[in-house]
Design a protein around this ligand. Sequence first.
Ligand code: PLP
Length: 428
Amino acid sequence: MTTPVWHRHVWHPYAHLKTQTPAPKVVGGDGAHFVLESGERLLDATCSWWCMIHGYGHPRLVAAIREQAGELCHVMLGGLTHEPADQLARELVRITPNGLDHVFYSDSGSVGMEVAMKMALQYQVLTGHPGKRKMLSLMKAYHGDTTGCMAVCDPEEGMHSLFASLLPQHHFAPAPTAPFDASAEQVEHDLSALRSVLERHHDEIAALLMEPLLQAAGGLNMTSPDYVTGARALCDEFGVLLIFDEVATGFGRTGKLFAADHAGVTPDIMVLSKGLTGGYLGHAATLATDRVHDAFIGDSPQHAFMHGPTFMGNPLACRVALESLRVFEEENYLGKIAKLSQQLQHELLEDQALNAHPPVADVRVLGATAVIEAHSTEALKGVGDFARERSVWLRPIGRWLYTMPAYITSEAEITQITSVMKAWFLES
Ligand code: PLP
């Protein structure tokens, strides 16, 4: 077999170059499907790594990019601004938890998180706490692949272990174990573990980072809104900022617009990406409260925030994000997500045979997210090909077989996804 030229030169993420079969070439898509060069139409159960919330080829999003391209494709935000950046910032301030009034743009989830961490450190210096130089993160966390982000991902997971020499040492608290509907005792158990790290190390901790309610890539670990509320109180008690990484959970994934909304909590800093543009362009926003923002108002050179990615606030990305938010509201996506969630619960959580099947360790659903946790990675070997033969694109992470479908996925298509997930365990 000759290797296609495009495959020979494109270096794919997380790819084992020796064993990986050539990546199939996608030539287009519509609705929840993408189409391969071979003509295969695959139902994307992963929403292209959780970002294509409107599915592929949405006419309004495509038109927004076209129109904006005719007006202004890019201008660096350094000392200049433009209407899409201003409008989007106003919209984000309107829809995010009360008090997040300032938007710093960047171009990916990882960079949005880097911005959040730098902002927190500088805030602590500017408010007289220069000793607070470290982050507190949770086990099972995934915040991105840049150097700063790798340092706050679960250190035991191993995916970044080769790069340990580059990474500063931060603090970690155990991942929450209380489920979404946990009892007060279960939540208290998790919070006391968090408290004990804060008691020992708060003097050197600038901020606590968390993916609220749903630790995505770290095994779709779902936890209680009360844990989030308790974490907010602990941060206040110990003078630590709270940063929410809503890169994966934002824009409806957990059943509310933001995971923070389940708890009614405002973090000091919140990071959005992925669904921000409906996945149509790379974009991220790091939002901050007045308290954080106003600490940067001052005369010394230290007051300037030293970060400025060239493509921050790109007009095409801002314009498509605005259109994405309009579609989200006008077409009542939260209503669609509620229905989708009920269907996932019915077809997966209530399936007795699946839940009792020995290789299955757990089945969880939260909002438009479902996961079947296997006891071993081995148990999911070959599941991608199995699904593809049934016209569904599914990719496990470790021992977790998950779906995060686009919100426009029809009832019949959801059944197709859950049927393939179940068939893998029950029939293969
Ligand atoms: N944070 C979370 C919770 C994520 O799930 C991801 C990516 O999957 C990131 C950060 C990194 O985002 P990006 O891949 O856009 O850099």
